[in-house]
Design a binder for this molecule. Structure first.
Ligand code: FUB
Length: 329
């Protein structure tokens, strides 16, 4: 199926899509989104309204005016270890294979990360029988670095359960740090050479302010919430993420993929809908931000649509803040 598209408008309108991870594979721009179902679910801070069951992979034509839906690439029923909630995925390529990384709840209701493999970027993807040992929480994002190392960044607060892993074990009633304490950071693990496991334990990433102090849990305009994405520009690592309750996409930079990262500013101001989630990709000679909002569904938080827009760096390497509604009156 294909349809004409424009920047800042939904890529597809025949299904709801969210959490876009964009990559260029085989010279083509592919988008790996979540698939929001058109159903009514109880809405709460646990994220029960985001009750997704499969993934559809999208790709764009060369001038980014047409979008193709490649159909169902992976379904919950085919993942032995998962019980519900296929949330934000990402994809990576290594040694002739494509890998789809995704979060889901296991049969105990605990979020874990899984991986599925394909010979082609559009799938279908065959899931591994078990979740990645040592994985937890949500929103995996993979960086394949120039030196051959691959990293997965992940973690999300509230429904994403990151607060519950502060001891290294799952503690069902654990709460986040006090407002004056350092905020919880995203986690990062180096992937094994076959891309199916972690080389060691996941580490926590520090995000610091301009004075070298950790961003605190009470600093909701800047603290990490969910949806990490790491890309490289001029040898600098950019970690961007959602601030959750303040609905921004912000970023921090580092010379080391493992951090610490220094907070820099806002990439995307709030969109229609509670969640905001993004990815950043270079295609041909331009940079693009892929994001979602709930405009197509009239504001339903769990019925979102993926969009894209061009992203610009200033000469000093900072990213120009994007207004998702540039044409509003
Ligand atoms: O789509 C479900 C969840 O909502 C994602 O995992 C989060 O990043 C948020 O967009």
């Amino acid at each position: 199926m294909s349809n004409p598209i424009k920047q800042n408008e939904p890529l597809v309108t025949h299904i709801y899509t969210a959490d876009p991870s964009a990559h260029v594979f085989e010279g083509k721009l592919y988008v790996y989104p979540s698939h929001d179902l058109d159903h009514v679910k109880e809405s709460n801070d646990n994220g029960d309204q985001y009750d997704m069951e499969d993934y559809h992979i999208l790709s764009l034509n060369e001038d980014l005016t047409e979008c193709e839906d490649h159909g169902e690439a992976l379904h919950l029923r085919d993942i032995p270890w998962a019980s519900q909630q296929l949330w934000a995925p990402d994809a990576a390529y290594k040694n002739g294979k494509y890998y789809l990384f995704f979060p889901a709840r296991d049969h105990d209701g605990i979020f874990r990360l899984g991986v599925a493999v394909s010979d082609t970027p559009a799938g279908p993807f065959k899931p591994e029988p078990n979740y990645i040992p040592g994985s937890f929480s949500i929103d995996p994002a993979v960086l394949c670095d120039d030196d051959g190392k691959s990293y997965v960044f992940f973690g999300g607060l509230w429904g994403g359960q990151l607060e519950k892993w502060q001891t290294g074990e799952f503690v069902a009633d654990a709460e986040g740090p006090a407002p004056t304490e350092p905020a919880l950071g995203p986690r990062v693990a180096e992937l094994t050479d076959d891309m199916l496991g972690f080389k060691g334990e996941a580490l926590e990433i520090s995000i610091l302010d301009e004075n070298g102090h950790p961003i605190t849990a009470g600093d909701e305009e800047r603290r990490y919430f969910e949806g990490p994405w790491v890309h490289k520009h001029n040898d600098l690592y950019y970690l961007s993420y959602s601030t959750g309750s303040t609905h921004r996409i912000v970023y921090a930079v580092s010379r080391n993929p493992l951090g610490p990262y220094e907070y820099k500013g806002t990439i995307l101001t709030p969109v229609i809908g509670w969640t905001t989630h993004h990815s950043i990709v270079q295609y041909q000679d331009k940079w693009y931000l892929f994001y979602h909002d709930s405009s197509l569904s009239g504001g339903a938080d769990n019925k979102r649509s993926v969009k894209f827009t061009e992203l610009f760096y200033e000469e000093d390497g900072t990213i120009r803040t994007i207004d998702p509604y540039p044409n509003k009156g």
